[in-house]
Design a protein around this ligand. Structure first.
Ligand SMILES: Nc1ncnc2c1ncn2[C@@H]1O[C@H](COP(=O)(O)OP(=O)(O)OP(=O)(O)O)[C@@H](O)[C@H]1O
Ligand SMILES: [Mg+2]
Length: 396
């Protein structure tokens, strides 16, 4: 068996983490300007499974000694999990995570001055709860969204002021940031307000990350010239491994997998160098025998369910209508009106389904036509159909 990490591992050891030296150094020096009072705001993008989260976790580990580093994953917030997204829900999540991390890193949050800050914002301690064996005050956050945002987004700067002797600054990573699309009509005002709070914070850096296709207008809404940050946000992108990197990676970490030249070409085509697929597919390959193109194809079809397991999770949570739209798009990209006609419904009533699918980055618009973003999902559906004669609307 090879020692490759499985494709949903969110925190790799330094041993497991491969390459990305250039990106690591680049991002590290950007973030370190925080110590000179020039905290940057950064957007890190890249397709699903490319390695954004493990990259951020690695950066976090290297900066932890000097900075208070806080990692937020919006998909872990209760309001998202309970399908009840709201600004206040998010603020509660931010706040709890900030406090937890402060406790973990021995940063004072309950001294006199901070208590005064809580008081002057009308934030009262409601109760104490125990998380990870630490006592955390639960505040009665205002129903008033404006006030709550003001309090939560200014808190890190206050914490920094009180702890300057211990830390060089604060770095906040917000992963799965695309989830704020689910705020719907509140998204825009949330972004603008957030910007107004954080843009002048000299000692608190923000890094936003999440999977978004390049066509996603969400990126330009945030980082574009006319976006919320008015072109001042630095954007970085993580790319899949190129062919040579993939080859070297497997040679080094899984030398027991032997490819013929065409076999490797095929492997690269199947995985597109996306590390999560590379790891899963490679871990499932037979070892110590030469794998040619035919065998790789054969293996890919056999193992497709494991390779696409995280996509199958997403698939099973879609509504019947949404699944039907995907199936329509399997053969060719379609205009909205064509989808409506094929489903025999009005174009207007398609909106919510299309938005939901786009929010999850399963489809995107290209040349006014909707198309499937996830090639692996496409492949899985096609193979399921070939094998079973019916599309897997329901999974058991
Ligand atoms: N530098 C790397 N070295 C080795 N394996 C990696 C590397 N980067 C990513 N991987 C593999 O890819 C998997 C997915 O990485 P990660 O969860 O960070 O992707 P992501 O871009 O955050 O995806 P998503 O958009 O779904 O959140 C990891 O579990 C790991 O198996
Ligand atoms: Mg991630």
């Amino acid at each position: 068996m090879s020692n490759l990490p499985w494709g949903n591992n969110q925190n790799l050891t330094d041993e497991e983490f491969y390459n990305r030296d250039y990106e690591l150094n680049n991002l590290k020096s950007l973030l370190e300007t925080t110590s000179q009072g020039h905290a940057p705001d950064i957007l890190l993008t890249g397709i699903r499974g490319v390695g954004k989260t493990v990259f951020l976790q690695k950066i976090k580990r290297t900066l932890e000694k000097d900075y208070l580093t806080i990692y937020l994953d919006l998909s872990h917030s209760e309001c998202f999990q309970k399908n009840n997204m709201s600004i206040n829900g998010l603020m509660n999540y931010f706040f709890t995570e900030i406090m937890k991390e402060c406790h973990k890193q021995n940063i004072t949050t309950l001294d006199k001055k901070l208590e005064k800050y809580f008081k002057s914002n009308d934030i009262k301690i409601r109760e104490f709860i125990t998380i990870d064996k630490i006592q955390l005050p639960i505040f009665s956050l205002e129903e008033n969204t404006e006030k709550t945002m003001n309090f939560v987004f200014n808190l890190p700067e206050k914490i920094y002021e009180e702890n300057q002797d211990k830390i060089k600054g604060i770095i906040i990573f917000i992963d799965e940031f695309q989830i704020i699309k689910e705020l719907g009509k509140y998204k825009e005002s949330f972004l603008w307000k957030m910007r107004s709070y954080i843009q002048n914070q000299r000692n608190v850096a923000y890094l936003f990350s999440g999977s978004t296709s390049l066509q996603d207008k969400f990126i330009s809404e945030i980082a574009g010239q006319n976006g919320v940050f008015g072109g001042r946000m630095i954007t970085l992108q993580i790319n899949p491994f190129d062919k040579e990197t993939t080859r070297n990676y497997l040679n080094e970490k899984a030398p027991e997998i032997i490819f013929s030249e065409e076999g490797f070409e095929r492997f690269y085509k199947c995985t597109k160098g996306i590390p999560s697929y590379v790891n899963i597919f490679a871990s499932l390959l037979p070892t110590n025998e030469e794998l040619d193109e035919k065998e790789i194809n054969n293996q890919f079809n056999k193992k497709i369910t494991a390779i696409s397991s995280h996509l199958i999770n997403i698939w099973t949570r879609l509504s019947y209508r949404e699944q039907t739209i995907i199936i329509l798009l399997l053969n060719e990209p379609l205009k909205r009106i064509d989808i409506a006609n094929k489903l025999n419904i009005s174009s207007g009533s398609l909106s919510n389904y299309l938005i939901n699918l786009q929010n999850q980055d399963i489809i995107h618009i290209n040349n006014k036509k909707y198309e499937i973003s996830e090639k692996i999902l496409k492949k899985w559906l096609k193979i399921e159909y070939e094998e079973k004669g019916v599309y897997p609307y329901r999974q058991i």
